[in-house]
Design a protein around this ligand. Structure first.
Ligand code: 0O2
Length: 226
Protein backbone atom coordinates (compact mmCIF):
# COMPACT_ATOMS: atom_id res chain seq x y z
CA UNK A 1 0.00 0.00 0.00
CA UNK A 2 1.08 3.57 -0.52
CA UNK A 3 2.62 5.44 2.36
CA UNK A 4 0.17 8.18 3.24
CA UNK A 5 3.05 10.67 3.20
CA UNK A 6 3.27 9.99 -0.48
CA UNK A 7 -0.25 11.15 -1.05
CA UNK A 8 0.21 14.10 -3.32
CA UNK A 9 -0.85 17.04 -1.21
CA UNK A 10 1.40 19.16 -3.44
CA UNK A 11 -0.39 17.76 -6.52
CA UNK A 12 -4.01 18.02 -5.45
CA UNK A 13 -5.26 17.43 -8.98
CA UNK A 14 -3.82 13.88 -9.07
CA UNK A 15 -6.07 11.10 -7.91
CA UNK A 16 -4.03 8.07 -6.83
CA UNK A 17 -5.85 4.75 -7.21
CA UNK A 18 -6.07 2.51 -4.12
CA UNK A 19 -4.23 -0.29 -5.89
CA UNK A 20 -1.36 1.85 -7.22
CA UNK A 21 1.27 -0.79 -6.52
CA UNK A 22 -0.74 -3.41 -8.43
CA UNK A 23 -1.39 -1.06 -11.35
CA UNK A 24 2.25 0.04 -11.54
CA UNK A 25 4.04 -3.23 -10.94
CA UNK A 26 5.19 -2.55 -7.38
CA UNK A 27 6.68 0.79 -8.37
CA UNK A 28 4.07 2.94 -6.62
CA UNK A 29 6.65 5.04 -4.75
CA UNK A 30 8.73 5.62 -7.89
CA UNK A 31 5.54 6.41 -9.77
CA UNK A 32 4.55 9.16 -7.32
CA UNK A 33 8.09 10.57 -7.54
CA UNK A 34 7.74 10.59 -11.30
CA UNK A 35 4.46 12.54 -11.06
CA UNK A 36 6.18 15.03 -8.77
CA UNK A 37 8.89 15.46 -11.41
CA UNK A 38 6.29 16.10 -14.15
CA UNK A 39 4.55 18.56 -11.83
CA UNK A 40 7.85 20.48 -11.40
CA UNK A 41 8.36 20.54 -15.17
CA UNK A 42 4.89 22.03 -15.61
CA UNK A 43 5.75 24.77 -13.12
CA UNK A 44 9.01 25.55 -14.95
CA UNK A 45 7.38 25.85 -18.39
CA UNK A 46 4.38 27.73 -17.03
CA UNK A 47 6.68 30.27 -15.33
CA UNK A 48 8.58 30.77 -18.59
CA UNK A 49 5.31 31.50 -20.39
CA UNK A 50 4.16 33.92 -17.70
CA UNK A 51 7.49 35.77 -17.81
CA UNK A 52 7.22 36.16 -21.60
CA UNK A 53 3.68 37.46 -21.28
CA UNK A 54 4.64 39.96 -18.56
CA UNK A 55 7.55 41.22 -20.63
CA UNK A 56 5.45 41.72 -23.78
CA UNK A 57 2.76 43.40 -21.76
CA UNK A 58 5.28 45.94 -20.51
CA UNK A 59 7.40 46.47 -23.62
CA UNK A 60 4.80 46.19 -26.38
CA UNK A 61 1.58 46.71 -24.50
CA UNK A 62 0.36 43.29 -25.66
CA UNK A 63 -0.74 40.15 -23.86
CA UNK A 64 -0.47 37.30 -26.35
CA UNK A 65 -1.50 34.82 -23.65
CA UNK A 66 -5.02 35.15 -22.29
CA UNK A 67 -4.70 32.31 -19.78
CA UNK A 68 -2.88 29.07 -19.07
CA UNK A 69 -4.26 25.75 -17.81
CA UNK A 70 -2.27 22.73 -16.80
CA UNK A 71 -2.92 19.11 -15.98
CA UNK A 72 -1.08 15.97 -14.96
CA UNK A 73 -2.38 12.85 -16.71
CA UNK A 74 -4.27 10.75 -14.17
CA UNK A 75 -2.64 7.39 -13.21
CA UNK A 76 -5.60 5.47 -14.70
CA UNK A 77 -5.22 7.33 -18.03
CA UNK A 78 -1.48 6.64 -18.00
CA UNK A 79 -2.18 2.94 -17.43
CA UNK A 80 -4.77 2.91 -20.25
CA UNK A 81 -2.37 4.58 -22.68
CA UNK A 82 0.46 2.16 -21.79
CA UNK A 83 -1.90 -0.79 -22.32
CA UNK A 84 -3.04 0.60 -25.67
CA UNK A 85 0.58 0.89 -26.79
CA UNK A 86 1.38 -2.64 -25.52
CA UNK A 87 3.90 -1.30 -22.99
CA UNK A 88 4.63 -2.48 -19.42
CA UNK A 89 3.21 -0.45 -16.53
CA UNK A 90 6.59 0.88 -15.40
CA UNK A 91 8.08 4.31 -14.75
CA UNK A 92 10.72 3.62 -17.43
CA UNK A 93 8.04 2.88 -20.04
CA UNK A 94 6.19 6.10 -19.14
CA UNK A 95 9.31 8.29 -19.32
CA UNK A 96 10.49 6.77 -22.58
CA UNK A 97 7.20 6.56 -24.44
CA UNK A 98 4.55 9.00 -23.19
CA UNK A 99 4.90 12.65 -24.13
CA UNK A 100 1.78 14.02 -22.50
CA UNK A 101 1.93 13.11 -18.79
CA UNK A 102 2.63 16.80 -18.14
CA UNK A 103 0.31 19.02 -20.17
CA UNK A 104 0.02 22.78 -20.47
CA UNK A 105 -2.66 24.52 -22.49
CA UNK A 106 -1.99 28.10 -23.54
CA UNK A 107 -4.97 30.14 -24.69
CA UNK A 108 -4.30 33.11 -26.97
CA UNK A 109 -6.61 35.73 -28.47
CA UNK A 110 -5.23 35.61 -32.02
CA UNK A 111 -3.70 32.98 -34.31
CA UNK A 112 -0.45 34.90 -34.84
CA UNK A 113 -0.03 35.07 -31.03
CA UNK A 114 0.07 31.25 -31.01
CA UNK A 115 3.11 31.15 -33.28
CA UNK A 116 4.78 34.05 -31.47
CA UNK A 117 4.43 32.28 -28.12
CA UNK A 118 5.70 28.99 -29.61
CA UNK A 119 8.73 30.71 -31.19
CA UNK A 120 9.62 32.62 -28.01
CA UNK A 121 9.35 29.51 -25.84
CA UNK A 122 11.34 27.20 -28.10
CA UNK A 123 14.04 29.86 -28.65
CA UNK A 124 15.05 29.59 -24.97
CA UNK A 125 18.32 27.72 -24.70
CA UNK A 126 17.23 25.34 -21.95
CA UNK A 127 14.14 24.26 -23.87
CA UNK A 128 14.55 21.48 -26.40
CA UNK A 129 11.84 21.10 -29.02
CA UNK A 130 11.22 17.39 -29.53
CA UNK A 131 8.19 17.42 -31.81
CA UNK A 132 5.68 19.84 -33.34
CA UNK A 133 2.19 18.91 -34.52
CA UNK A 134 0.54 21.83 -36.28
CA UNK A 135 -3.16 21.07 -36.35
CA UNK A 136 -3.83 24.71 -37.35
CA UNK A 137 -2.04 24.47 -40.69
CA UNK A 138 -3.16 20.82 -40.97
CA UNK A 139 -6.48 20.54 -39.10
CA UNK A 140 -7.80 17.10 -38.21
CA UNK A 141 -10.73 15.73 -40.26
CA UNK A 142 -13.16 16.47 -37.42
CA UNK A 143 -12.10 20.16 -37.47
CA UNK A 144 -9.71 20.08 -34.47
CA UNK A 145 -7.21 22.95 -34.55
CA UNK A 146 -4.35 23.56 -32.11
CA UNK A 147 -0.57 23.80 -32.15
CA UNK A 148 1.08 21.00 -30.14
CA UNK A 149 4.70 21.17 -29.02
CA UNK A 150 6.53 18.45 -27.16
CA UNK A 151 9.38 20.14 -25.29
CA UNK A 152 12.01 18.92 -22.88
CA UNK A 153 12.93 21.08 -19.90
CA UNK A 154 15.67 20.46 -17.31
CA UNK A 155 14.44 20.08 -13.74
CA UNK A 156 17.07 20.46 -11.00
CA UNK A 157 16.79 18.28 -7.89
CA UNK A 158 19.10 18.17 -4.84
CA UNK A 159 21.39 15.54 -6.37
CA UNK A 160 20.63 15.44 -10.09
CA UNK A 161 19.20 17.15 -13.14
CA UNK A 162 16.50 15.47 -15.22
CA UNK A 163 15.19 16.40 -18.64
CA UNK A 164 11.42 16.15 -18.52
CA UNK A 165 8.91 16.17 -21.38
CA UNK A 166 5.93 18.49 -21.41
CA UNK A 167 3.18 18.72 -24.01
CA UNK A 168 2.25 22.33 -24.72
CA UNK A 169 -1.02 22.87 -26.59
CA UNK A 170 -1.46 26.42 -27.88
CA UNK A 171 -4.77 27.54 -29.36
CA UNK A 172 -7.17 30.48 -29.60
CA UNK A 173 -10.08 31.01 -27.23
CA UNK A 174 -12.46 29.95 -30.00
CA UNK A 175 -10.47 26.79 -30.84
CA UNK A 176 -10.46 25.90 -27.13
CA UNK A 177 -14.21 26.46 -26.84
CA UNK A 178 -14.72 24.12 -29.80
CA UNK A 179 -12.30 21.44 -28.51
CA UNK A 180 -13.99 21.34 -25.08
CA UNK A 181 -17.38 20.57 -26.59
CA UNK A 182 -15.98 18.08 -29.09
CA UNK A 183 -14.10 16.33 -26.26
CA UNK A 184 -17.44 15.76 -24.50
CA UNK A 185 -18.89 14.07 -27.57
CA UNK A 186 -15.80 11.89 -27.97
CA UNK A 187 -15.81 10.60 -24.40
CA UNK A 188 -19.56 10.34 -23.81
CA UNK A 189 -21.14 7.03 -24.78
CA UNK A 190 -24.48 6.79 -26.62
CA UNK A 191 -24.77 10.46 -27.58
CA UNK A 192 -28.11 10.88 -29.35
CA UNK A 193 -27.81 12.08 -32.96
CA UNK A 194 -24.00 11.68 -32.80
CA UNK A 195 -23.56 11.61 -36.58
CA UNK A 196 -25.23 15.00 -37.06
CA UNK A 197 -23.40 16.45 -34.07
CA UNK A 198 -20.05 15.47 -35.59
CA UNK A 199 -21.12 17.06 -38.90
CA UNK A 200 -22.30 20.27 -37.19
CA UNK A 201 -19.14 20.50 -35.09
CA UNK A 202 -17.09 20.24 -38.27
CA UNK A 203 -19.11 23.15 -39.74
CA UNK A 204 -18.63 25.18 -36.52
CA UNK A 205 -14.86 24.57 -36.71
CA UNK A 206 -14.79 26.15 -40.17
CA UNK A 207 -16.82 29.17 -39.01
CA UNK A 208 -14.53 29.57 -35.99
CA UNK A 209 -11.46 29.42 -38.22
CA UNK A 210 -12.81 32.13 -40.54
CA UNK A 211 -13.77 34.25 -37.52
CA UNK A 212 -10.30 33.81 -35.93
CA UNK A 213 -8.64 35.13 -39.12
CA UNK A 214 -11.23 37.92 -39.49
CA UNK A 215 -10.68 39.07 -35.89
CA UNK A 216 -6.94 39.07 -36.48
CA UNK A 217 -7.26 41.24 -39.59
CA UNK A 218 -9.51 43.69 -37.69
CA UNK A 219 -6.94 43.77 -34.84
CA UNK A 220 -4.16 44.48 -37.38
CA UNK A 221 -6.13 47.43 -38.84
CA UNK A 222 -6.69 48.83 -35.36
CA UNK A 223 -2.99 48.43 -34.46
CA UNK A 224 -1.90 50.12 -37.73
CA UNK A 225 -3.77 53.28 -36.74
CA UNK A 226 -1.93 53.53 -33.40
P1 0O2 B 1 -6.80 14.09 -23.00
O1 0O2 B 1 -7.96 13.53 -22.28
O2 0O2 B 1 -7.01 15.51 -23.42
O3 0O2 B 1 -5.48 13.90 -22.31
P2 0O2 B 1 1.11 10.68 -29.59
O4 0O2 B 1 1.25 9.26 -29.12
O5 0O2 B 1 1.37 11.68 -28.47
O6 0O2 B 1 1.84 11.02 -30.84
P3 0O2 B 1 -1.61 11.56 -29.39
O7 0O2 B 1 -1.61 11.42 -27.90
O8 0O2 B 1 -2.88 11.18 -30.12
O9 0O2 B 1 -0.42 10.76 -30.02
O10 0O2 B 1 -1.17 13.06 -29.75
P4 0O2 B 1 -1.97 14.30 -30.29
O11 0O2 B 1 -2.64 14.06 -31.59
O12 0O2 B 1 -0.95 15.41 -30.27
O13 0O2 B 1 -3.11 14.54 -29.20
C1 0O2 B 1 -2.78 14.83 -27.89
C2 0O2 B 1 -3.91 15.57 -27.20
O14 0O2 B 1 -4.45 16.60 -28.04
C3 0O2 B 1 -5.13 14.74 -26.82
O15 0O2 B 1 -4.86 14.08 -25.63
C4 0O2 B 1 -6.19 15.83 -26.67
O16 0O2 B 1 -6.02 16.57 -25.47
C5 0O2 B 1 -5.84 16.74 -27.83
N1 0O2 B 1 -6.54 16.32 -29.06
C6 0O2 B 1 -6.00 15.71 -30.14
N2 0O2 B 1 -6.93 15.48 -31.07
C7 0O2 B 1 -8.09 15.97 -30.60
C8 0O2 B 1 -9.43 16.06 -31.12
O17 0O2 B 1 -9.73 15.60 -32.22
N3 0O2 B 1 -10.38 16.65 -30.33
C9 0O2 B 1 -10.08 17.16 -29.10
N4 0O2 B 1 -11.07 17.72 -28.40
N5 0O2 B 1 -8.83 17.09 -28.56
C10 0O2 B 1 -7.85 16.51 -29.31
P5 0O2 B 1 -5.63 12.74 -25.23
O18 0O2 B 1 -4.69 11.90 -24.43
O19 0O2 B 1 -6.24 12.10 -26.45
O20 0O2 B 1 -6.79 13.22 -24.33
Amino acid sequence: MLDSELQTSYMPQVHLPEDMDKVFEHEAKEFVEMLMMYNCAIREVQTKLQVLNDELSLTRNRNPIQFIKNRIKQPESIATKLKKKGLPHTVKAVEENLNDVAGIRVICAFIDDIYQVADMLTAQDDIELIKTKDYIKNPKKNGYRSLHLIVEVPVFFSDCKKKVRVEVQIRTIAMDFWASLEHQVKYKKNVRDAENIVYELRACADVINRTDYHMQSIRDRIVETD
